[in-house]
Write a protein that binds this ligand. Structure first.
Ligand code: MLC
Ligand code: AMP
Length: 504
């Protein structure tokens, strides 16, 4: 079994059903639609073209591409022929893209004309590993005489994806995700959330991350459902679609629920979500107030779940059963969780510890980084290997539900995007006049957290120039929203910066 064989079930059962609809609210009227038959006919053409362009089994192809039908088609074509898709966050800039392309040694960079300003920033050296840069807007020129793809035997344990996740050391690391890993998450979610082929999902989340790709697109394709793909989240259009019975499912990050609540509160009459059967939240903690107010306003209770790039989905509140605000529920089918103390011994329910998981959903390790891989797993007394999520958690002794309490590492999550302070600190310290930097997450009602930088400077620093410098080097969501100047950073006796003493 591999992903293509799972997805082929929908093609065989309901070839004429609508698989994918794409519309851009900024370009009203231009809607693209593909039935399952049309979608996979396009996938065949693209798979043949990729083979003709030299993409072979195991080769990496980086996608620097917005949500659009070609993303879906090209991705399905790549995994059909045993290629490995490497999605790149569209907000990344030169330095971040360079790292990924070099680290995974992508053979092809698949992108689009809309990314030209960022592509213009890339230099020869940035693209050194890449044999070809292909623009999907010019696909007709390389698709034309594409032959049928030659069949490739793809085994479940082979790689489907390398997904880069922010690294504690300042550089992102590639999580190697096999077909089996995805199959485990997808089949677990199909049953846990009662996916049905009559489902319609409105999907504005980026396909370059786990939430949009793994939880949204993959499940919809496997269920034979319809995906209404959007280039990005648009508040007005989302309310129109969901309020007019245009979808049955909606998955989002807490920032999006915050915005929905803020808007629905002032609406009279309230939108009618009666056709909706499931609102899911994940990727960051959903504040209990948002959870409660959403239910008061709509009569529907959000289902919160918990996942990670490295593991796909791990825990979920029940579909049929109590959904408890502030918890992520219990382990999904096929996933095992354990909360441990500093010596990796399981703690009693009610006690805080680090959450470890295992199951077929857990990734294979970090790409070409056996040390980081080894450091992320531990083996228990029975010889069973567990993945260390880095998330701190506690299990309720009565309900068995798990609450996430924070993270062992200094991860900041802003609007569902992860930010590791170390990467920003290294950038800041390379700027003239900055001697030391400590980046912390400041609570923010809409984004959850935003980065703020404490700086120790040698003389005065030109803050405007510093902002310009940061913008050129970092994805915009990583830009510190505040700079605070201090004489020194608080340190403990060992000289380690004590970030918890810095005011948030
Ligand atoms: C955009 N901006 C952000 C941001 N997104 N700033 C902080 N945090 C974010 N997440 C900034 C932009 O850089 C820009 O800054 C300004 O906000 C407006 O940009 P925009 O493009 O108009 O923003 P918007 O479309 O409103 O985006 C907000 C959002 C988006 C919430 C819809 O961030 C989003 O789609 N988030 C989802 C991320 C996601 O899917 N995460 C899942 C990871 S997987 P400027 O300065 O340039 O104007 C995972 C595992 C799991 O975590 O469990 O799911
Ligand atoms: P990523 O590396 O982008 O896949 O992000 C994974 C991290 O997002 C997890 O380790 C958690 O810290 C966080 N996360 C995901 N879902 C939730 C949730 N429901 N509540 C709190 N944190 C979450």
């Amino acid at each position: 079994m591999n992903l293509s064989t799972l997805f082929a079930i929908a093609l065989e059962r309901t070839p004429d059903k609508l698989a994918l609809e794409f519309a851009d609210p900024d370009q009203p009227g231009a809607v693209e639609r593909y039935t399952y038959r049309e979608l996979y006919a396009a996938v065949d053409r693209w798979a043949g073209a990729f083979q003709r362009l030299g993409l072979q089994k195991g080769d990496r192809i980086a996608f620097f591409l917005g949500n659009r039908p070609e993303f879906v088609i090209a991705y399905l074509a790549v995994i059909r022929i045993g290629g490995v898709m490497v999605p790149v966050n569209l907000r990344y800039r030169k330095r971040e893209i360079n790292h990924i392309l070099h680290d995974c040694t992508a053979k092809i960079l698949l992108t689009e004309a809309a990314q030209q300003p960022v592509l213009d920033e890339l230099e020869q050296e940035d693209l050194a590993a890449v044999e070809r840069v292909l623009l999907v807007d010019e696909a007709q020129s390389w698709l034309d005489d594409a032959a049928e793809p030659s069949p490739v035997l793809v085994q479940g344990e082979e790689l489907a994806l390398i997904m880069y996740t922010s690294g504690t050391t300042g550089r992102s690391k590639g999580a190697m995700i096999t077909h089996n890993n995805v199959l485990a998450t997808v089949t677990g979610l199909l049953s846990a959330w009662a996916w049905d082929r009559e489902d319609v999902i409105l999907l504005p989340l980026p396909l370059f991350h786990t939430h949009g790709l793994m939880v949204g697109l993959h499940c919809a394709l496997a269920a034979g459902a319809t995906t209404r793909l959007r280039p990005k989240f648009d508040l007005g259009e989302t309310l129109d679609v969901l309020g007019s019975g245009g979808a049955t499912l909606f998955f989002a990050v807490p920032t999006i629920y915050f915005r929905l609540v803020e808007t629905i509160r002032g609406m009279d009459p309230r939108p009618d979500f009666s056709r909706m059967r499931l609102f899911c939240s994940g990727s960051a903690p959903l504040p209990a107030e948002t959870h409660t107010e959403f239910e008061q306003l709509t009569g529907l209770r959000i289902l919160e779940r918990y996942g990670m790039t490295e593991t796909g989905m791990n825990f979920s509140n029940p579909y049929a059963g109590p959904r408890i605000a502030g918890t992520v529920g219990t382990a999904l089918p096929g996933v095992f969780g354990r909360i441990v103390d500093g010596q990796n011994n399981p703690v009693q329910p009610g006690t805080e510890g680090e959450l470890l998981v295992r199951g077929s959903n857990v990734f294979d390790g970090y790409w070409r980084d056996p040390e980081k891989t080894a450091a992320s797993f531990s083996t228990d007394a029975e010889g069973i290997r567990w993945f260390h999520t880095g998330d701190l958690a506690r299990q309720d002794p009565e309900t068995g539900y798990v609450t996430l309490l924070g993270r062992r590492h200094e991860l900041i999550i802003s609007g569902g995007f992860n930010i590791y302070p170390r990467e920003i600190e290294e950038m800041l310290c390379a700027f003239a006049g900055v001697v030391e930097a400590a980046v912390v997450g400041m609570p923010h009602p809409e984004w959850g957290e935003v980065p703020a930088a404490y700086l120790v400077c040698n003389g005065s620093v030109d803050e405007e120039a510093l902002v310009v410098y940061c913008r050129a080097q970092l994805a915009s969501f990583k830009l510190p929203r505040q700079f605070r100047y201090v004489q020194e950073l608080p340190r403990n006796a060992m000289g380690k910066v004590q970030k918890h003493l810095l005011p948030r």
